[in-house]
Design a protein around this ligand. Structure first.
Ligand SMILES: C[S@@+](CC[C@H](N)C(=O)[O-])C[C@H]1O[C@@H](n2cnc3c(N)ncnc32)[C@H](O)[C@@H]1O
Length: 406
């Protein structure tokens, strides 16, 4: 561990890292986005950044939208960015104010009309996860939902995407989507689950108090911002990029992407290749001009080269991950106001028994783009995969909050 970096435990925030802390809080619990951080963590970080009401916050990897939802409910404005159209949709649909009376009227119409013959995208995983009649029903329901205007259209599409896993044979399992032996639901049971979900969310809508702050997410690449974003200045940035643990979000959320936003395998693969290089299938997209390969990373890669690795792409992926994070940090440093704070939640990873201290490496790389490293708060320690434990014993992996200041 580099002694120069300000690393210390802040374990009292640890219980808020996982989305389990929001399991009873709507709208966070409407859709189970596994890679979400808890809203309590966001609240603590906002408070520690001493933000003022009306300040504007940015999350360049907005995922399930926790930063934006919390901003909206506590009086800040916020912008989110994500490369996945599903994540952007999720964030926007969870931060919208809905009218429960209108939703109830539309729900009746939707479920009566959803019975048309529809062309289904010819993608293997859809056929494995659902029966033919279920697919017909799901896509016909989606087509009917699309006849309505926003925001109600988004509300009902969100309800549909929310139930996909529970009515299919697919199960999100770690970094994968697994096909299980579970029975697939037929159209009638899907209709019932859909209606119950809509009803539950409508009851929540009646209680929810979203204020008028402006929050919106957009599709974009955190390594290279769209032109309109380059001129913005934010009071704070709070984000959580993918961890270099090989989880591929385009596989984990494949059903949601295919039902909602992407119509072919080719388009899905293109998205997969374009994501941050946190998994072995992502490809290099941008040139990290000015990046200095950290000597700490070099020494770890040398150790890894001496170990048996179960995939030859692990080392190039790790190297690519830090190049991509250099680009992401460089973009963040351009849009954060002077003395503005940037909080990044990451986890260390372990390959063949070698721990990669992602938090420290980001601290070192952040300084390359002109950011000042203020703290690395260790939030909690996590276990290792059973394979790592068996071969290399248990070494707790820390999950940390890296704080920079401009
Ligand atoms: C750990 S999740 C973020 C979770 C978020 N903090 C929350 O609470 O829901 C990381 C997100 O990064 C997105 N992502 C991957 N590559 C990206 C890129 N190049 N630019 C922007 N977003 C990207 C993924 O789609 C995923 O939604």
């Amino acid at each position: 561990m580099s002694s120069r970096l300000p690393i210390a435990e802040k374990l009292e925030w640890g219980k808020f890292v996982s989305p389990i802390s929001d399991r009873n809080t709507s709208p966070y619990n409407w859709y189970s986005f596994k890679h979400r951080f808890g809203s309590g963590l966001v609240e603590n970080i906002f408070n520690s950044f001493s933000l003022k009401k009306g300040d504007i916050v940015f999350d360049p990897f907005c995922g399930g939208g926790t930063t934006l939802i919390k901003a909206k409910t506590t009086g800040y404005n916020a912008i989110g960015l994500d490369i996945s159209p599903f994540a952007v949709f999720l964030t926007n649909s969870l931060t919208t104010s809905y009218n429960s009376i209108r939703l109830r009227k539309i729900l009746e119409k939707i479920t009566h009309r959803a019975n048309r013959e529809i062309l289904i995208p010819d993608v293997d995983i859809l056929r494995k996860a659902f029966s033919d009649s279920a697919l017909q029903y799901i896509f016909s329901l989606k087509k009917t939902i699309e006849l309505f205007d926003t925001p109600e259209r988004d509300f009902f599409l969100l309800c549909l995407l929310t139930i996909l896993n529970s009515v299919s044979k697919a199960k999100k399992s770690g970094g994968f989507l697994r096909i299980t032996c579970r029975r697939r639901s037929g159209p009638l049971s899907i209709k019932k689950t859909f209606m119950e979900t809509c009803e539950r969310f409508i009851q929540d809508v009646e209680q929810l108090k979203l204020n008028g702050n402006l929050v919106k997410a957009y599709i974009g690449d955190a390594r290279h911002y769209p032109f309109w974003l380059k001129n913005k200045k934010f009071d704070a940035i709070l984000t959580s990029p993918p961890y270099p643990n090989r989880h591929d979000y385009t596989r984990i959320y494949e059903l949601e992407l295919l039902v909602g936003f992407i119509t072919s395998n080719k388009a899905l693969k293109e998205l997969r290749y374009d994501t941050l290089r946190s998994h072995v299938e992502a490809k290099k997209k941008h040139n990290p001009k000015g990046y200095h390969y950290p000597s700490l990373l070099l020494s770890l890669v040398e150790k890894l080269q001496e170990r048996p690795l179960n995939n030859p792409r692990i080392i190039p992926t790790l190297e690519g991950y830090f190049e991509d994070m250099y680009l992401s940090l460089r973009e963040m440093s351009k849009v954060i106001k002077k003395r503005g704070k940037i909080g990044i939640v990451v986890s260390n990873v372990r390959f063949a028994g070698i721990v990669i201290p992602v938090d420290e490496l980001l601290g070192i790389i952040g300084e390359q783009v002109g950011l000042k490293i203020k703290n690395i708060h260790i939030l909690r320690y996590r276990g290792n995969s059973s394979q790592q434990m068996l071969e290399y014993k248990r070494v707790p992996n820390r999950e940390s909050l890296v704080i920079f200041e401009k």
